[in-house]
Design a protein around this ligand. Structure first.
Ligand code: ADP
Length: 394
């Protein structure tokens, strides 16, 4: 069976999926990951019907870093029978100023992607590691890079720039925006779920452990809450979201923190985790009666409303609001509270539909249609990979 491998490599986990290429399109066959790299490495994978294919733990010395995790995953993938690998699609966080669409990777492209490492030092090197490894071992298998930034490419310069001297923009200090594969998937899905809304002005709230919002106009990104890095915008599991840069200066100049310590704080210790002192996981916060957990939720809800207002202004009003990702797809109470903050825009929640996890969760009278649309970034990567594979063959 001709198939595609989709790879999403992070610092502590390596996620992968196999899609079969059938006459009917792409069918997900295997979904797996190695999590806990360097701490409690564990390879888990399931078939599409939920059957567990592997659940294996490793000593941290054996799978201590991403390259060894890639090797372990590869060893296991090679034991699978019936799949003929036609291409590998990778999630690559940064497409820099150049890439507005997925790209077939060769040595020149890889060099250029590596040059964006300074723009995303925590993610880009991890994203590129499996590409390099596959290139060395299977040079004949085409590889495709799919970017989190690409969907936001093409914003006007007034949207894209910071009010900084021109030279910084020229060297790449711009508002790139992220979660683009998720927004692109949701925008496509919306065409089936709500064709009228899909042509209109829509805010999509991707609320997972990372969180952002995107303003869509006729399915295209018009504005987003993240900027130069994935630190900006909404508060997240461990990231603060929008922060006065003066705070960073204060930490370094007055508190004497090193730049590395500030980076660790902003990426790993802030956000819901830092503010609550309880957890980065919204489920834990909702279950907790600690007042700081409640404060973290209140802050999250408040900032979601504030950012929605900003994006509504960018669009000149909104026709629909869409929830997606872990929190957005699964938490009816959080959706209910966020939509309270959209009442001024005419949004009216249907509580029964919301509690039931329906796709449309607003009342017929609501001026803003409210939807829940589960995202699927891996399927988006597989679609792009297949499309590029076909143009290459044509
Ligand atoms: P990632 O950014 O890691 O892909 P996800 O989109 O999978 O994240 O979202 C993960 C987050 O979703 C978890 O940290 C958790 O806070 C949240 N989440 C998942 N299910 C629920 C739920 N039922 N209620 C509240 N939050 C949830």
């Amino acid at each position: 069976m001709d198939s595609l491998l989709v790879v999403n490599a992070g610092s502590s986990s390596l996620k992968f999926q196999i899609f079969a290429i059938t006459d009917a399109g792409l069918e997900r066959r295997v979904k797996g990951q190695i999590g806990g790299i360097g701490t409690r490495p564990r390879l888990q994978a399931k078939a599409a019907d939920g059957v567990v294919l592997v659940d294996r733990s490793y000593e941290p010395e054996v799978v201590g870093d991403l390259p060894s995790a890639i090797s372990a995953a590869r060893d296991w993938l090679l034991t699978l029978e019936g799949f003929t690998l036609r291409a590998i699609g990778h999630r690559v966080v940064h497409g820099g100023p150049d890439y507005a669409a997925p790209v077939l990777i060769d040595a020149v492209v890889l060099d250029r992607l590596a040059s964006y490492q300074d723009l995303a030092p925590l993610h880009q090197p991890n994203n590129l590691a499996p590409i390099r490894q596959a290139m060395a071992i299977n040079p004949d298998v085409p590889q495709v890079a799919c970017f989190d930034t690409a969907f936001h490419h093409g914003h006007p310069e007034a949207v894209n720039c910071y009010a900084m001297p021109r030279s910084f923009y020229d060297e790449g200090v711009r508002r790139y925006g992220f979660h683009g594969l998720s927004y692109e998937y949701v925008a496509e899905r919306l065409r089936d779920v709500a064709p009228d809304a899909a042509r209109g002005r829509v805010i999509v709230a991707h609320l997972g452990s990372g969180a952002s919002m995107c303003a869509l106009h006729n399915g295209h990104s018009a504005e987003t809450t993240m900027g130069f890095t994935a630190l900006d915008g909404l508060p997240m599991g461990t990231r603060p979201g929008q922060l006065d840069p003066g705070v960073v200066l204060h930490l370094i100049l007055q508190r004497g923190m090193s730049a590395q310590a500030v980076s660790d704080l902003l990426y790993h210790e802030a956000g819901l985790k830092g503010l609550s002192g309880v957890s980065n996981d919204m489920r834990d916060l909702l279950a907790s009666d600690d007042p700081h957990a409640m404060l973290a939720i209140d802050h999250f809800i408040y900032r979601c409303g504030l950012n929605a207002g900003m994006l509504a202004a960018a669009l000149g009003g909104i026709d629909a609001f869409v929830f997606t990702a872990g929190v957005g797809e699964n938490s009816a109470p959080i959706r209910a509270r966020i939509t309270e903050g959209l009442a001024w825009l005419g949004a009216e929640l249907d509580p029964a539909a919301n509690d039931a996890g329906a796709t449309l969760i607003s009342t017929p009278a609501s001026k803003v249609a409210l939807y829940v649309v589960p995202t699927d970034e891996e399927l988006m990567i597989a679609r792009h990979t297949l499309a590029l594979l076909r143009t290459r063959r044509a």
